[in-house]
Write a protein that binds this ligand. Structure first.
Ligand code: ADP
Ligand code: MG
Length: 668
């Protein structure tokens, strides 16, 4: 036999296999069918198990009342067939693929028992086995359902408006950027897009977690999968179905579900050898006593019992369900953990590093002051207009603030003819024929920097502002001071993390040291590393790792991507975060709520404890039962009950991690 596994129940042991075929908007109909199918398996198993149990109780009643033997036999057959046909068929299929299946062993053991006149024992075995199988299937289905419920479904169809207002119902997947769609009251929005007409309230809870509907009118952005209220909206499609926010989340979850935890991989490697050894011992238990003239019946029963109780089913089920349940729980509370490996790592975190702008702060800075360099021949409006033009293509929060300030002042903002971003430093662009640079005040970027400019910048920074210097055609022309607010809950998050890890978080920022320190103090952080370029943030992470720390980096920007990728666990902000940050990260805080970070670490630790607990339970039960069977006398039904019982306990133990109470307890 090339591949031996006695626990092929990990067909449903791994709750998420077969991997979810997600591709939102791709083949949604199939997805529905899949889900339906998975659900009905659990239900069907429960029904068959119920029938087997009833038949078994019937046998007991008939025997107790001294009823006709034929009736008892008929009930026996019903019990054996209803409880045994499904696992039997699965076992035979597995056997054809050269996989030895524990299901089959159970059926064989039951038939052997019946064959040697122990039909009641055999029936009990079938009943216990079928019931525990059904329980497992139901437990597994719950985990899978809650992971899947993260993907609030994007609708399959949308109403497309033609050029002359005609309506056409099309597959949402067929929508292309620029299409105009109509969203009727109560419908789900079919695509990510921009509202161009109508007004309505949209419930975005599925994407942002925001409990209250948001009013959307022309100019507002709407997301696929969100629920329209009472109004009618006309929406211009901004992203193809595969790129929508829901699709992105779906893709991440999809990735998450096919990865396996390290502990699980280890167990599966060991399991192969273990199973082989187990079958060998079983054969020895059969052959050796028989060779010495032992009684066939007793020997057969002992060997069968050994094979069943030594099966590592509970061990195989020990790891993934708790980790996946923890992932589902975190997802429901707004943290997307991309894999079980990440969940394992989260439990080991020792140090947390925060980016400043957009992570610890709200990331919606406002322009507070505009300072003009005397003799630059420029007025405030021109300076702000040019700066805003240069910042137009940038996704940086500071850039958004400068563009917003110009728009507020009613200035025309031109799209630049050329643009390049200097991550962690600023931008460079050609605006209306002029070379404009907006960047942090630093010697290397402003060769023409005047003394007054550095003074202005320094005083702005001492007041906690971020200062950026505007250079036009090589001349330092002005300084813009921007302020940002600490996010609500930053300081309680910092305190909670310090309590969890025993170490205060570290602040990593590209901003100036003065402003950074002021802000850090407000958040309760003392270790501040300021003025860092993206590569230097990464270097700090390496340095911390060099001291043996398991490092989380939390960030939002393109400038954080290298650090996010280097960290043991990169965490991106989901709402304000850039796409690059989200794809570099291992986890996403979907609603930018920092309070979820200590909570998810707490849940991860809880999951890890449950994994250890499970392994201890599983190994102890196997050892005890094997020892009793080999050196004492273990009745077959008792062995099966012990084996199945521990398997079910382990499966249910993992499900505890789904409870909102676990999150609340650790999340406070
Ligand atoms: P943080 O690490 O706090 O998120 P960044 O690394 O993104 O900050 O930026 C560091 C500094 O570089 C900012 O404080 C700012 O002075 C400058 N900077 C970065 N991007 C821009 C931009 N688009 N426009 C102007 N200045 C910028
Ligand atoms: Mg940032």
């Amino acid at each position: 036999m090339s591949h031996t596994s006695t626990c092929e129940r990990d067909v449903h042991v791994d709750p998420l296999s077969p991997p979810i075929s997600m591709s939102v908007g791709d083949r949604p109909a199939e997805r529905h069918r899949d889900r339906h199918w998975a659900g009905s398996i659990a239900v069907a198993e429960a029904r068959w198990a119920g029938l087997a149990t009833v038949a078994f109780l019937g046998v007991l009643a008939v025997r107790a009342l001294g009823g006709p033997a034929d009736m008892a036999w008929a009930l026996f057959v019903i019990c054996y067939v209803s409880g045994g046909w499904q696992p039997g068929r699965a076992g035979l299929r597995a056997l054809r693929k050269k996989i030895l299946d524990v299901d089959l062993l159970m059926i064989v053991a039951a038939l052997v028992a019946a064959g040697i006149g122990q039909e009641l024992d055999g029936a009990l075995l079938i009943v216990i086995f079928a019931t525990s199988g059904a329980l497992e299937a139901v437990a597994t289905k719950r985990t899978r359902d809650s992971v899947r419920s993260l993907l609030s479904l994007a609708p399959e169809q949308a109403t497309r408006l033609g050029p002359d207002g005609d309506e056409e119902v099309v597959e949402a997947a067929a929508l292309v950027v620029g299409d105009l769609v109509l969203v009727r009251p109560g419908e789900r929005v079919g695509a990510d897009g921009l509202v161009v007409g109508g007004m309505s309230e949209v419930d975005q809870a599925t994407i942002t977690g925001e409990p209250l509907p948001v009013v959307k009118a022309a100019g507002a952005e709407v997301f696929a999968g969100t629920l329209n209220g009472t109004g009618v909206l006309r929406v211009r499609v901004l992203r193809a179905a595969g790129d929508t926010v829901v699709a992105r989340i779906a893709a991440m979850v999809d990735e998450a579900t096919v990865t396996k935890a390290k502990a699980q991989l280890f167990i599966e490697r060991v399991e192969q050898r273990y199973s082989l050894a187990m079958v060998t011992v079983t054969l020895a238990l059969l052959v050796v006593p028989l060779a010495f003239g032992a009684a066939l019946q007793a020997t057969l029963l002992r060997a069968m019992t050994f094979m069943i109780v030594a099966s590592p089913c509970a061990v195989v089920l020990a790891t993934m369900p708790p980790l996946l349940s923890a992932m589902a729980n975190a997802g429901r509370h707004g943290v997307l953990v991309k894999s079980a490996v990440v969940m394992e790592q989260l439990a080991r975190t020792t140090t947390v590093c925060f980016d400043k702008t957009g992570t610890l702060t709200e990331g919606t800075p406002r322009v507070a002051e505009v300072y003009l360099v005397a003799g630059s021949g420029m007025d405030e409006a021109t300076l702000l207009g040019l700066a805003a033009g240069a910042e137009q293509p940038s996704e940086h929060p500071l850039a958004r603030a400068i563009v917003a300030a110009a728009a507020e002042a009613g200035l025309p903002v031109a799209m630049p003819e050329a643009f390049s971003a200097l991550p962690g430093r600023g931008v460079e662009a050609l605006v209306m024929g002029r070379r404009v640079e907006v960047a942090r005040p630093a010697g290397d970027l402003g060769p023409m920097q005047h003394a007054p400019v550095s003074e202005v910048a320094a005083s702005l920074e001492s007041a906690g502002h971020t200062a950026v210097v505007v250079t036009v055609d090589g001349n330092t022309s002005g300084v813009i001071g921007l302020t940002d607010r600490l996010r609500d809950g930053s300081s309680s998050c910092v305190a909670a993390l310090a309590a969890l890890t025993g170490k205060l978080p570290v602040l990593l920022t590209g901003d100036n040291a003065r402003a950074a320190r002021l802000l850090a103090t407000a958040a309760g952080i003392t270790d501040v590393r300021a003025g860092l370029l993206p590569k230097e943030k990464m270097a700090v992470v390496r340095e911390l790792q060099g001291t043996g720390a398991i490092v989380i980096v939390v960030g939002d920007g393109v400038n954080d991507a290298p650090a996010l990728a280097t960290a043991d666990i990169g965490v991106a902000m989901g709402r304000s975060g850039s796409d690059l940050a989200m794809s570099s990260a291992d986890a996403v805080i979907i609603r930018d709520d920092l309070a979820t970070l200590p909570a998810v670490i707490g849940v991860a630790r809880h999951a890890k404890r449950v994994v250890v607990e499970n392994i201890v339970i599983a190994v102890t039960v196997i050892t005890v039962l094997v020892v009793i069977d080999l050196f004492g006398k273990l009745p077959l039904p008792l062995g099966v009950a012990g084996h199945e019982g521990s398997t079910v306990i382990v499966a249910l133990n993992g499900l505890r991690l789904l409870s909102p109470r676990v999150w609340r307890r650790v999340g406070g």
